[in-house]
Design a protein around this ligand. Structure first.
Ligand SMILES: NC(=O)c1ccc[n+]([C@@H]2O[C@H](COP(=O)([O-])OP(=O)(O)OC[C@H]3O[C@@H](n4cnc5c(N)ncnc54)[C@H](O)[C@@H]3O)[C@@H](O)[C@H]2O)c1
Length: 254
């Protein structure tokens, strides 16, 4: 019997693949047998991801140094991926930014930047890839939101929380329209996860303080979140669509 979590022959796009959860998801999916197209603005990080995949698996990668908020660049990425790989079977939207500014201090510029990257960029990739998937009649999309999209966040500001709630709503609505056309669309809501996004802007004392309020008692590793993403894009999750999947060490219980 085939293992439904295997990705043999599947091809897809991962944004934010140069670092953290996106990098770990790219590696995990390649290890499961997928061919992955990696998108990020950080060329150095992208090359690290690609060479790790090539070193640890026999999987073939495509890399695109590209801003997820650029619609015409996204259309090019989807066209090239589909041409080289033959299909786009999955999309994992990981590209994102975090700001922790206090509510009273958030400027309109920072508010707009938060939505520009975390919502507009994600929408652009969802639409470009969904067009291709609807033509194929199949595909799985995972939009990385956050615990902040289910509650509010100690790690980010009100604009981050608001943008992540928008991702959850967008994903649910996409599932309503696109599931009858053969797609699955889910939001994924990680809790505190040790990646450069947080380690670059959080002191070791703050990291310890957050760990103390997580029922599991520690931050997740990016690899632990990648395994959930891998499950969601695989056939093991064939009946899961329009869902919002939490992976937060119990943080929503407290
Ligand atoms: N780390 C956490 O605790 C945590 C918790 C919940 C949700 N998330 C979400 O997970 C996702 C991945 O975060 P991470 O922790 O791995 O962070 P990270 O900073 O390690 O990775 C984010 C990646 O997105 C890329 N990126 C940013 N703007 C981009 C753009 N305009 N176009 C293309 N790429 C862009 C960055 O260059 C980086 O490589 C984000 O959406 C984040 O909000 C993270």
């Amino acid at each position: 019997m085939n293992n439904p979590t295997e990705m043999n022959g599947r091809c897809g796009i991962i944004t934010g693949a140069a670092s953290g959860i996106g990098q770990a998801a790219a590696l995990y999916l390649a290890q499961m047998g997928a061919r992955v197209a990696l998108v990020d603005i950080d060329n150095t990080g992208l090359q690290v991801t690609a060479s790790r995949i090539e070193g640890e698996t026999s999987s073939r990668t495509l890399t695109f140094v590209s801003d997820a908020t650029d619609e015409s660049a996204a259309n090019d990425v989807v066209t090239k991926t589909s041409t080289v790989f033959g299909s786009v079977d999955f999309l994992v939207n990981c590209a994102g930014i975090l700001r922790k500014t206090a509510f009273l201090e958030i400027s309109l510029e920072e508010w707009d930047l938060m939505y520009h990257v975390n919502v507009r960029g994600l929408f652009i990739y969802c639409q470009a890839v969904a067009r291709c998937m609807v033509a194929q009649g199949s595909g799985a999309i995972v939009n990385v939101a956050s615990l902040a999209g289910r509650s509010s966040s100690l790690l980010g500001g009100a604009h981050y929380t608001s943008a992540k709630h928008a991702i959850v709503g967008l994903s649910r609505h996409m599932a309503r329209e696109l599931t009858p056309k053969g797609l699955r669309v889910n939001a994924f809501c990680p809790g505190a996860t040790l990646t450069p996004m947080v380690t670059d802007s959080t002191t070791p004392e703050e990291i310890e303080a957050v760990a103390r309020i997580i029922p599991r008692g520690k931050w997740a590793a990016a690899e632990e979140q990648a395994a959930v993403i891998g499950f969601l894009v695989s056939d093991a999750a064939v009946n899961i669509t329009g869902a919002c999947i939490d992976s937060n060490g119990g943080s929503l219980m407290v």
